[in-house]
Design a protein around this ligand. Structure first.
Ligand SMILES: Cc1ncc(C[n+]2csc(CCOP(=O)(O)OP(=O)(O)O)c2C)c(N)n1
Ligand code: SF4
Length: 538
């Protein structure tokens, strides 16, 4: 079998393709983006016509994948952890409908928040939805677990969550491929009512899901991804989940691990193996990346102090783990790291020179000068960096789409001027419905949709808003006379300032579209051609 050198994210994509994938549905988000990009660039996937276009958001991605599963084919959904909040309605309900063709939901968590708003742990979502989880510890397992995930999903007839974290997604290692499988034929579910979640059917399905928990646990108990390794020293037993297993191994390069170790890669937890290690050892150390979910389950409310981990300070309560954290928890002593070289010290991110967002902010700052601080409700994208010095241009950034709705809420409270700043991709991800609320209530807000023809922050993926923003705004009901487009160049600065000031006097929804191509895409001839074809007035 062929060996490949792959990122964790790419190993998932290759595992899915080899398992007979028919479609990947995703919205970009670090550290999950490379899964879909791998499928998009894969020659065989192109020949097979595997679906791989970006979706508008994570919820539409989840639903489309569920539709493909309904039709009997194998589908993969990919997103970053906060994307699962957006997809949650569809995701949780998909556990009740169940899956027909294999359905794997790959979610990449970002502990330490390298490029995220929080460090939520997707394993909680799977527990909430009551479906199995696979959590690889290395790139080979990322491949193998994805490959197996489709089988598990079809065997158990539910979606399966595949959880990875940043380090695994973004580091490379050799991966051995398995045999390539054919795609499934179209085949409708045996029970044609299972996807109709009317209360009477949903109740029946929910009972069935509860009953299935025993089978999920049995599968975990016998899984090759959950391994119990004996150790002579029973003063400690180590339960180690996902990539934390690697961090532990790095402390024992030249020596045997003295303690019994239970490596967890599949959930629900294998109860018998957990009981065995718990009963055999004097103390238990739980090492897991993310929230202390396993540790909490083992401790319960009435902890007797036997279980150690992130909750009692043996390991840090937040942030990513590393081999040193784990080594210290295992009793190793380390010298403190001496100063970080300047070259690799954390540097604050900044917008690129020549970025249109910067010029839009310069104009906005000047237009708002007389009103003081606090009037700009922004969103998530490269323009969020407008919060930093020297621009100091924005006052909020909460979740995708929140700019328009928060500006609306502040305007409802009588706060003026209330300005929203949102990017093109974020607008079609989840800004459009907020704009509809604002239009319906004739809210007194100005919305700046900073259009750069791409999803800049995550690496220039196609934006669903491409060439459609004015039409969407008109369709939603924004008065045509209050939709403006301009290129936020230095030459147009005064024009933009005057426009913002003029529209502050209008009591209703104004949309201003500062439009300039992202400088990181100017070498993309195909995109340039498509922009010219649009023949948009700027
Ligand atoms: C729910 C959710 N999904 C995905 C992301 C990752 N993400 C951050 S910003 C962004 C989109 C940015 O595109 P756009 O709004 O067009 O602004 P640009 O970066 O191009 O300026 C994405 C996908 C996220 N933070 N939250
Ligand atoms: S990547 Fe594009 S959108 Fe992002 S800062 Fe650079 S020029 Fe601006």
């Amino acid at each position: 079998m062929q060996n490949l050198l792959l990122l964790g994210a790419e190993a998932i994509a290759q595992g899915a393709l080899d398992a007979g994938l028919s479609g990947v549905y995703a919205y970009p988000g670090t550290p999950s983006t490379e899964i879909t990009e791998y499928v998009q660039h894969n020659k065989k996937a192109k020949e097979r016509k595997v679906h791989s276009q970006w979706s508008s958001n994570e919820k539409t991605a989840m639903e489309a994948a569920l539709g493909m599963s309904y039709a009997g084919k194998r589908a993969l959904v990919c997103m970053k952890h906060v994307g699962l909040n957006v997809a949650a309605d569809a995701f949780v309900n998909s556990a009740i409908t169940g899956a027909n063709g294999g359905l794997v939901v790959a979610v990449a968590d970002d502990p330490s928040m390298h490029s995220s708003q929080n460090e939520q742990d997707s394993r909680f979502y799977a527990k909430f939805a009551m479906i199995p989880v696979l959590e690889p510890s290395n790139q080979q397992e990322a491949y193998d677990m994805t490959y197996y995930g489709f089988e598990l999903s079809e065997k158990m007839q539910v979606p399966v969550l595949l959880r990875i974290t940043t380090r695994l997604s973004h580091s490379r290692s050799g991966v051995k491929r398995s045999e390539e499988k054919q795609e499934n034929e179209i085949k409708l579910p045996n029970d044609m009512r299972q996807f109709v979640l009317l209360p009477v059917i949903a109740k029946r399905r929910y009972k069935a899901l509860i009953e299935s928990q025993v089978r999920f646990e049995e599968d975990s108990e016998n899984s090759v991804f959950n391994k119990y390794k004996e150790g002579k020293d029973k003063s400690l037993g180590v339960i180690v989940c996902g990539i934390a297993h690697n961090y532990m191994l790095e402390n024992y390069v030249d020596t045997e691990i003295p303690y019994p170790v239970l490596k967890i890669g599949q959930y629900p937890l294998p109860r018998k193996q957990i009981k065995k290690i718990y009963n055999e050892c004097e103390a238990i150390l739980v090492v897991e990346e993310g929230y202390p979910i396993v540790e909490e389950m083992l401790r319960g409310y009435l902890s007797d102090g036997k279980v150690k981990g992130r909750l009692d300070g043996t390991l840090p309560r937040d942030g990513e783990l590393n081999p040193r954290h784990v080594g210290r928890a295992l009793g190793f002593k380390f010298d403190d790291v001496k100063g970080i070289p300047e070259l690799v010290k954390g540097r604050p991110p900044a917008m690129c020179t020549g970025c249109g967002h910067i010029d839009a902010y310069v104009a906005l700052n000047e237009a708002l000068e007389e009103f003081g601080d606090g009037h700009v409700f922004a969103d998530i994208g490269c323009y969020t960096l407008g919060a930093l010095k020297p621009l100091n241009a924005i006052n909020t950034c909460v979740d995708m789409g929140a700019s328009i709705t928060m500006a609306k809420g502040a305007a409802d409270a009588g706060f003026q001027p209330a300005i929203a700043v949102i990017g093109d991709s974020t607008f079609t991800h989840s800004g459009m419905t907020g704009l509809l609320d604002a239009v319906s209530e004739k809210s007194n807000i100005i919305v700046l949709i900073s259009d750069n023809f791409t999803t800049g922050m995550t690496g220039q993926q196609e934006s669903q808003a491409f060439g459609k923003i004015e039409k969407i705004c008109k369709g939603i009901g924004v008065d045509e006379e209050h939709i403006f487009v301009l290129n936020p160049t230095k030459r147009n600065q005064k024009k933009m300032i005057d426009l913002i000031r003029q529209e502050m006097k209008y009591e209703g929804v104004t949309v201003i579209i500062p439009r300039r191509q992202c400088v990181q895409t100017v070498k993309d001839k195909n995109l340039g051609e498509r922009i010219r074809e649009l023949n948009l007035k700027v």
